[in-house]
Structure formats: structure tokens, C-alpha cells
Design a protein around this ligand. Structure first.
Ligand code: NAD
Ligand code: UDP
Length: 320
């Protein structure tokens, strides 16, 4: 990690979010000058607090749905701005669609003006409730276009189409990362996603809420690995989507038991209704990332969860 890219000027949209803030750290460690952009709809200034005295980091509070102009050169734009947890995008469906559509376009226009490379943070949700397993980039997906999750899924699918259109029509250097479930320190404790929910519940010895019968699967990638993949992708020649995730697949019930074990919790596991259109299976095929980027995740689930649980324990103030 930390490739030297001294003096490259990089814009990170969604910088105050979970993945965005870790990406800023890695880019700064690699020698880049970073401009963070965020409107704090789901992110927090707390995630960037440690960069307050970093001279190579600047921050602009801005909603990317509005056009933005930036002074001086820009070499790369990473667009991570979007509500990402089901709870957040269900609370902001119109904003999510506008961010994926108008926000993506505004940043693509900026990239065109500056001659910058563009990286879109897309998602495994473009595969919907997949009928192919594991998911390869060539799979077109199984998305309910009018279901509750469609505001997110279709916003990302539209964003991918727009990125490809700018690449084809304007010759823009573009990249599409299809990110699978990623976890780590700085996730919001209350964003409703499985990792923060289970860890907070376990640390507080409260019931761990498994939705449905817990037989649905996910594959969890530690944030440092994901960020490394994003940076390698930005330096590649690959315009087509690349899955970034950890292929280690497990059921939600197995994950609940693992969190209980790693936290030493006495929580009971309870079962609650499965949300509508909850994908039944999800596992990335990372063959393309391996061959094109020479990338694969390095952090084991045990180690990544240990680091995440430690951070949550600190933030919750001891026992939670
Ligand atoms: P997050 O909510 O922590 O971060 C998203 C950030 O974008 C927040 O800081 C939010 O305030 C900002 N944002 C949203 N709309 C904006 C707008 N219109 N203008 C400016 N800023 C805006 O979520 P995250 O988990 O860090 O996800 C980051 C990106 O990665 C998202 O695009 C998400 O779709 C994608 N992704 C994440 C995962 C994951 O498991 N974490 C999986 C797939 C894809
Ligand atoms: N989930 C769960 N209990 C929770 C939160 C989530 O059983 O308290 C399940 C959810 O139904 C889904 C999986 O965990 O099957 C992952 O959910 P998350 O919201 O983290 O993200 P998704 O992968 O669905 O986008």
C-alpha cells in the first residue's frame, strides 16, 4: 500500500463517509493532495477530525447534485458520494437517485474540464437478487426496478451507464468499482447495516437481530483491502466494471454467531422479518480484479472484525 504519488491532486466525493475517509487517509499517505467533498447527509465531520492539521488535505462542504467548479488542476476524482446503507437510502430515496444521476454527471463534467481520471464507487447491488453465483462482472443482474431498494440499485446502474457514455463519447479515462459489503472502523453505529448492528448489540449484551431465518449470505471485505483495490483501479487502464470484495461467503446466522464469539457477548440471537427484496446470496468473483489489478484482499475476517470491534468498543466507551 502507500504507493508514492507525490503531488497528484485528487478529489474524493463522499470524503466524510466510512470508506471515503479511509480513502483520503491512504491517498494522503501515498503523497497526494486531497480535496474532500461532502454534504454530510450520512457522513460526519468526525471521520475527518484527525486531518484537521494536515496541510495537504482541504475540505469543501457541497452537495454534488449542484455543479461545482474547482480552481487549479485535478488528476483524479473518486466519486463515493451516495447514501449506502438500506436504512439511509430508504430514508432519502429521491436524494439517492439525484446523487447517482445529477451528482455523477456533475463530477464527470468536472473530470472532463480538468482532464482528470474518474472512479465510480458502484455496488454489488447492481446484481440485485442475483440468479448467478458467484457474481461475475458479465452478469447483468436481477433488479426489481420499482421495489424499495430500486432507488439505490437503479441510481448506481444509471451512474455506471453515464460513466460508460462519457468514456465512449468523450474518451474520458473512467473506472467502475463494484464494491461488495465492506466493513471497518468509522462505520456509523446506527446505520442499520449488519456489521454495526451486530457489533453494537453484542457489546451491549442486547439481542442480536437476524432478519429472516439468517440463511441469506454475504461476503465481507475489510476497508483497508477495499481502499487498496480502489487506488489500484484508479491507476489501471480498465474502463469496465471490476468487482472489489472478499469472496469469503457466510450466512447471516453464522455471522451473528461469530460476532457473539469475538465480542465474548452473552447476547441471545433473535429473528425478525426479512426486509423486502433482501438479496438471498452475494459473493464476488474477483477473477478480473486479480488479473487486471493484481489485487486480492489480504485481511482475514477474524482480524478485520477484531480491529472493528476494538474501534467500536472504544467509541462506545468500554463495555458499550
Ligand atoms: P457512507 O454513507 O459512510 O458514505 C457516503 C458519503 O457520501 C457520506 O459522507 C455522505 O454524506 C456523502 N454524500 C451522500 N450524498 C452526497 C451528495 N449528494 N453530495 C455530497 N456528499 C454526499 O457510505 P460508505 O459505506 O462509505 O459508502 C461509500 C460509497 O461506496 C457509496 O457510494 C456506496 O454506494 C459505495 N458502496 C459501499 C459499500 C459498503 O459496504 N460500505 C458497498 C457497496 C458500495
Ligand atoms: N441483517 C440482519 N440483521 C440486521 C441488519 C442486517 O439480519 O440487524 C441482514 C440483512 O437482512 C441482509 C444482510 O444482513 O441480509 C446485510 O444487510 P446490510 O443492511 O448490511 O446490507 P445489504 O448487503 O443488504 O446491502
Amino acid at each position: 500500500m502507500e504507493p508514492q504519488e507525490d503531488g497528484l491532486r485528487v478529489l474524493v466525493a463522499g470524503a466524510a463517509g466510512f470508506i471515503g475517509s479511509h480513502l483520503c487517509d491512504a491517498l494522503l499517505a501515498g503523497g497526494c493532495d486531497v480535496l474532500g467533498v461532502d454534504n454530510f447527509v450520512t457522513g460526519s465531520p468526525r471521520n475527518l477530525g484527525h486531518l484537521a492539521d494536515e496541510p495537504r488535505f482541504r475540505f469543501l462542504e457541497h452537495d454534488i447534485v449542484e455543479p461545482l467548479s474547482i480552481e487549479g488542476p485535478l488528476d483524479a476524482i473518486f466519486n463515493l458520494a451516495s447514501p449506502a446503507s438500506p436504512r439511509d437510502y430508504l430514508a432519502h430515496p429521491v436524494e439517492t437517485l439525484r446523487t447517482g444521476a445529477e451528482g455523477t454527471r456533475n463530477l464527470l463534467e468536472l473530470a472532463r474540464t480538468k482532464g482528470a481520471c474518474y472512479v465510480l464507487a458502484s455496488t454489488s447491488e447492481v446484481y440485485g437478487d442475483p440468479l448467478e453465483h458467484p457474481q461475475k462482472e458479465t452478469y447483468w443482474g436481477n433488479v426489481n426496478p420499482v421495489g424499495p431498494r430500486s432507488c439505490y440499485d437503479e441510481s448506481k446502474r444509471f451512474a455506471e451507464a453515464l460513466v460508460m457514455a462519457y468514456h465512449r463519447r468523450h474518451g474520458l479515462c473512467t473506472h467502475i468499482a463494484r464494491i461488495f459489503n465492506t466493513y471497518g472502523p468509522r462505520m456509523q453505529h446506527d446505520d442499520g447495516r449488519i456489521v454495526p448492528n451486530f457489533i453494537v448489540q453484542a457489546l451491549r449484551n442486547q439481542p442480536i437481530t437476524v432478519y429472516g431465518d439468517g440463511s441469506q449470505t454475504r461476503s465481507f471485505c475489510y476497508v483497508d483491502d477495499l481502499v487498496e483495490g480502489l487506488i489500484l483501479l484508479s491507476r489501471s487502464e480498465e474502463p469496465y466494471p471490476v468487482n472489489l470484495g472478499n469472496p469469503h461467503e457466510m450466512t447471516v446466522l453464522e455471522f451473528a454467531r461469530l460476532i457473539r464469539e469475538l465480542t465474548g457477548s452473552e447476547s441471545e440471537i433473535v429473528f425478525e422479518p426479512l426486509p423486502e427484496d433482501d438479496p438471498q446470496r452475494r459473493q464476488p468473483d474477483i477473477g478480473r480484479a486479480k488479473s487486471v489489478l493484481g489485487w486480492k484482499p489480504r485481511t482475514s475476517l477474524q482480524e478485520g472484525l477484531r480491529l472493528t470491534i476494538e474501534a467500536f468498543r472504544r467509541e462506545l466507551g468500554g463495555g458499550g
